[in-house]
Design a binder for this molecule. Structure first.
Ligand SMILES: Nc1nc2c(ncn2[C@@H]2O[C@H](COP(=O)(O)OP(=O)(O)OP(=O)(O)O)[C@@H](O)[C@H]2O)c(=O)[nH]1
Ligand SMILES: [Mg+2]
Length: 249
């Protein structure tokens, strides 16, 4: 099974080298990694480039125009599909998503179309995250679940694995998220297409190195984007290529 691990990065110099080495140490056969870097000023891409010389299974997708967690994710998914991936694992670079779970994702994907690393099932948890951040995550996930009708327990998880057919069916070219709302948009589209989902427990750790790219303005924009997905779907436009710049960053 050809697998791609897809990691969007922006200023992750302190994390990316160690993360890639840990992934390589798992020694999973036919596993490739694509790091989608938006030309980070801290030189993240140089570290990836250097590692890829020694380890050709590490690949760099360097984007020099535009920036965004969402558009980087879409570019990464397309990259993996174009190279024949049977399944794609998506994860953050900051060790909130520990690579030790990758084998469990690959086992679980045999039984479902999509696997989610979840803090909200037995055995999963949020470790060392502040109370404010946890409350925000909780409230945001209640809002997303109610609005979009998702049955997923950890709806804000960006650590997940997809069978190829899911990424083909959600129509990446018509996705409207350029920012972090991609996490909900992918879930919503997969839910509307009726794919099966399995949640596996993960311990989600707060980042210890590097800086967050999230702030309150991005959070509000992300929540407004969820409203927009719902509205577009009601109008039958969600899977149509539309031109949008509304609240999208
Ligand atoms: N390519 C790309 N990656 C991004 C961008 N913004 C964030 N990322 C990456 O997306 C992942 C998640 O971003 P984080 O900043 O960790 O966001 P978060 O997990 O919600 O917040 P913290 O864990 O508190 O920092 C990380 O691997 C980031 O490096 C971006 O504009 N472009
Ligand atoms: Mg993070």
């Amino acid at each position: 099974m050809k697998t791609y691990v897809m990691i969007p990065t922006y200023n992750e110099r302190e994390n990316i080298g160690n993360l890639l080495r840990e992934i390589l140490n798992l020694k999973i056969s036919d596993l490739h990694v694509v790091v989608v870097d938006d030309n980070s000023p801290d030189g993240t891409s140089e570290i990836v480039k250097n590692l890829s010389k020694e380890h050709p299974e590490v690949e760099l997708l360097l984007r020099t125009t535009g920036r965004g967690r969402g558009s980087a994710g879409i570019a990464g998914f397309k990259y993996a599909l174009e190279r024949g991936a049977d399944c794609v694992v998506e994860m953050d670079a900051d060790f909130s998503h520990h690579p030790k779970y990758i084998p469990s994702f690959l086992e679980a994907i045999q039984e479902a179309d999509m696997v989610i690393g979840s803090r909200a099932v037995a055995g999963g948890q949020d470790i060392n995250r502040g109370i404010v951040r946890r409350v925000i995550t909780f409230l945001a996930s209640v809002y997303v679940k109610m609005l979009l009708g998702l049955k997923i327990k950890d709806v804000s998880s960006g650590y997940r694995c997809f069978k190829r057919k899911v990424l083909e069916a959600i129509e990446l070219d018509s996705m409207i998220s350029t920012g972090p709302s991609i996490v909900s948009e992918v879930f919503y589209r997969a839910h509307l297409k009726g794919f099966s989902i399995k949640e596996i427990p993960i311990e989600f750790a707060d980042r210890t190195h590097g800086q967050t790219k999230l702030n309150y303005i991005i959070l509000i924009k992300t929540l407004l984007m969820v409203l927009k997905f719902k509205r577009l779907n009601k109008k039958g436009l969600l899977f149509k290529k539309i031109n949008t710049s509304f609240f999208n960053s």
